[in-house]
Every structure is written in C-alpha cells, then in structure tokens.
Design a protein around this ligand. Structure first.
Ligand code: FRU
Length: 505
C-alpha cells in the first residue's frame, strides 16, 4: 500500500543531499524566459518558477491570506522540499514572497498547516498574537515540527525543541493540520499515519497527546492516506444542525486514477471522530484527475470555510509541460453542506465570491442549441455560467479551449446522469499515456434544468454543477490560441442562457 509514495520520497531524500546541485539553481533577481506563458493561470497561484505541490499553512492574518506550498526552490522536479510563500488581499491576486521554510538537520519540510495563536498559548509571542506553522520534518523518519513568525509570516524561527511529535514507528506519518477546538479549549492536530488518521491534542502547540485514531476500516484504502483536515459546517445553512467533515487525500486509488480526496461527515467531540453512514462508503470531493491535497484556511474572519488544492496528480505531476514552473493551485472554494437527493449530507463547493471581482468584459447569449451549437465567444481565462434547459437532448455542455487542433468538452450526459470533462482532444501536448481521458461524476438533476459554472483558466478547467453539488477539476494543455467557447447539445430541444466573463485580476 505505501510502497509507491515512499519510493517517491526516498528519491527526493537523495536530491536533498545534493541540495540543488542537480536542478537548475535559482539566481535571485535574474530574468528568465517564460516558455509557456499561455498556460500560466490568471487567477490561480503558480510560482514564478520551479516545482510546487500541496498547499500548506493556509491562514488569514492581519488582512492577508497566506498560501504556503510544497516547493523545490532549486528545480522543476520534486525535491529539496521547502515551503514557498504567497500572500493575497482577496484570494485572487497573489504576490510570491521569499521561501518561508527550508530543509534542516531534521530533513525536508513536508506538508503542514498554520494557525493564529491569538492568546500566545505557545509563549513565542510575548503575549501578542502570532503565526505558528506545524509541518512534517521528513528525514530518516517523518516527525512533526513547529516554527513561528513575529513579522506576519515574512520570516520564521524553527522551535528549538523540534520535533514536537517524534516518529512513533510509522513510516508514513505526516501532514499535520491544526485547529483550535472551542468546546474543549485546546488545539487539535490531525496527522496522516499510513492507513489512518491520528488525532492529537495540546494546550500550547508544543506538547501533544494522542487522543484517538480514525479510519483503518473506513472509506477508500487504495493508497496511502495523506493531508487530513477536519472542520464543522452547518447543514443546509442551519446553524443548529452541524456536521463535522473529515477530509483525507489518498494516493493512488482515486476514481480518475492516481491521487484524489475523499471525505467523511460525522461527529467530533474534541477527542474522537465518529463517521456517519456505513464504513464502506467512499465519497470523493472532486472526481476530476487534478484536485489533490486540498487544505482549508484557518481564521477566515467571516466564518466562511474556504479551501484550495493542488491541481495535479502524482500519476504525471513530474511531466506537466509548463515551463519555467511546474505545479499550480486551484481557485479557492467556499465549502458548505447540503442534504442530497438521497437524503445524505454532501459537501458542496463553489468558487469564492471574490472571484466575481476579477470578472471583466461580460458577454451573454441565449437561444436554442442545435447540433452545430450556438454563439461563439473567445477567451483563455474565463468564468462561464451556462443554464441549460434539457428538452429532448441526450447531452448538453460547453466546449472551451477550442481551436483548429483541439477542444475540451465539459458537459452533462443525461442518460448516464453524469457530469463530465473530456480532455481526450484538449491539445497536442503529450503529458502521459493516461492523461487523455474523460472523467465523470454523478449528478442528479431535478426537472429539466442544469447549471454549469466553468472556470477555464489557461491550463485547467474547474466545473461546478448545480451550485457546486458536483465538481470536476482537470488540467488541460490547449495549443496556444485555442480560445473558443461555445455551448453544444446532442439531440433536439435544448436551450441555453450563457454568460461569459474574462478573468482579469
Ligand atoms: C501529498 C504529499 C504529502 C507530503 C508531501 C511531500 O501530495 O505526499 O503527504 O507531505 O506531498 O511533498
């Protein structure tokens, strides 16, 4: 089960010893050629150059959203794992700052989280609020460490007594996610431990006690468990009815192959998580191929629960053809819970409201859809809203990134009851043998109407159907200039109302 990721990490540990000798070394301040500017996202974070994977340390503090992520500062392949850093006032415009955490004698800096220590429980801040990062030190073994910042995340000091959670004899022991639990008045830490999640508690972020474990007999075990998260949300907007959501990324074993993120709803009493439903049930947050290791933000002021993920897949992440960067984040999404058609509580994701602030050049069209389509628009970074009336059609949807040599098709297959993204013909770039594919997710449609919101941002499509009840995220690498957008229907009688906005932060 764990052989594959461990092999990956061993290769990386070798790279650590070389410390960048193998990769193209970054020369600070030097200009570099942007080989694939047409794939650089307009509204999602990608580093100026080099490798990134998982988002880390997502936190709002003193007017800024912080996004850290797994980064190789010395090359465009996985290795020398460090935390890159970016800040944003609005979750749309990101400014990349210097690398925040670099490897040390305990190892590379793997994934983790960050919190605002409002009451200085850690004692690092002389009574003031400050930021604490909790991460995995990945050396000979994987252990949990902390660092703190007294200057709004610009510089970090590693705690002198790291690790704060030594390795208990578990090979895959990583990705701590910490939050303050109001009910018990203590910090709670989740850490992935091979085939389960461990839950630890602490009064001060330094001394941790194992409280419970979850998951050996729950959900999907097609791969190693990574990057847990846990948060509480109201159901159907009713604050009196809440459920806790436990999130676990797994690799491999995802429904589109390779990496994917599953979730459980249930109860959390401050010590133990108890899942709703049957243990065999597997629920995926996003059945596209490219939404992995999502993490929710700590401390968002208005109580919203927001997350974003890495838009890639360990199956081919090392072959992504972007240059001089490799790896990108999804758009930030607001999370909620809703009762599904089957009566089961489900996770709902929608692009954050702030994305509407990046909309420009609004265009609209409505009319009947024939096999030859309707009006055509252009744009390579767009936010499209399409409201379909199905009529007697067998499928409806949108073609994006269309040009003479390709297109990406996003649609609803009515007979199959399935939302899909088809990237089999999305462009001429060769990524890997398993990259060209169609990915789908069930979508129950009530009556005759389907609404698709598609964020098509240069090299990624994110589809949110019926208010975010079904979501697919797929990377695509369209040929430069393939920027046409149109709606389609297969069969007769469909109608669409289409709105198209450029995304221009
Ligand atoms: C998830 C992951 C984490 C680990 C990190 C290493 O993609 O495997 O479990 O901390 O990547 O870069």
């Amino acid at each position: 089960r764990t052989a594959l990721p461990r092999r990956r990490f061993l290769a990386g540990t070798g790279a650590l010893l070389g410390l960048g000798a193998l990769g193209g070394l970054t020369t600070p301040g030097r200009a570099f050629a942007e080989e694939t500017p047409h794939w650089r996202p307009a509204v999602r974070f990608a580093p100026a150059r080099n490798w990134v994977n998982d988002p880390n340390g997502l936190v709002f503090f003193e007017g800024e959203y912080h996004l850290f992520c797994q980064h190789n500062p010395h090359g465009d392949q996985w290795g020398n794992m460090s935390w890159a850093h970016a800040v944003s006032p609005d979750l749309v415009r990101w400014e990349e700052l210097p690398v925040a955490l670099e490897p040390d004698e305990l190892g590379q800096i793997f994934s983790g989280s960050a919190v605002v220590d409002h009451h200085d429980t850690s004692g690092f801040f002389g009574g003031q609020p400050g930021l604490v990062a909790i991460y995995t030190s990945a050396g000979e073994s994987q252990q949990q460490s902390i660092a703190y910042s007294t200057d709004r995340g610009r510089t970090w000091t590693k705690h002198a007594d790291n690790p704060v959670i030594p390795n208990p004899g578990i090979a895959d022991f990583r990705d701590p996610k910490v939050f303050w639990h109001e009910g018990t008045g203590r910090w709670v830490l989740l850490v992935a431990a091979g085939d389960r999640i461990q839950i630890h508690g602490s009064a001060n972020l330094r001394d941790w006690e194992l409280l419970s474990e979850f998951g050996t007999d729950h959900g999907s075990h097609g791969g190693v468990w990574e990057c847990p998260d846990l948060f509480e949300l109201p159901v159907d907007g009713d604050p009196a009815r809440t459920r806790w959501v436990l999130v676990v990324s797994i690799n491999p074993g995802g429904p589109a192959g390779g990496s994917a993120t599953q979730y459980f709803t249930g109860d959390f009493d401050g010590t133990r998580f108890t899942a709703d439903g049957s243990p065999e049930e597997v629920r995926w947050a996003d059945r596209g191929a490219d939404f992995y290791a999502p993490q929710s933000f700590s401390d968002v002021p208005d109580g919203r629960r927001l997350w974003l993920g890495w838009t890639s897949n360990w199956n081919y992440a090392d072959k992504i053809p972007t240059d001089p960067w490799r790896g990108m984040m999804s758009t930030p999404r607001q999370l909620s819970l809703a009762t599904g058609a089957d009566g089961v509580v489900m996770l709902v994701q929608q692009p954050v409201a702030e994305l509407a602030g990046a909309r420009a050049n609004p265009r609209a069209w409505s009319g009947p859809l024939t096999e030859s389509g309707g009006a055509e628009f252009r744009g390579s970074a767009v936010d499209v809203v399409a409201r379909f009336q199905l009529g007697a059609a067998s499928a409806v949807g949108l073609d994006v990134f269309a040009g003479p040599r390709g297109r990406t098709r996003v649609g609803y297959d009515i007979a199959a009851g399935e939302l899909f993204v088809d990237r089999t013909g999305s462009g001429s770039a060769q990524v890997s043998a398993d990259f060209p594919a169609r990915h789908g997710t069930p979508l129950a449609v009530d009556g005759d109407a389907v609404e698709l919101r598609v964020i098509a941002d240069r090299s990624c499509v994110e589809v949110f159907a019926n208010g975010g009840r079904a979501v697919l995220t797929d990377l695509v690498f369209p040929d430069a200039g393939s920027d046409r957008i149109s709606a389609f229907a297969e069969g007769a009688g469909a109608h669409v109302e289409l709105e198209v906005f450029d995304l221009a932060p």
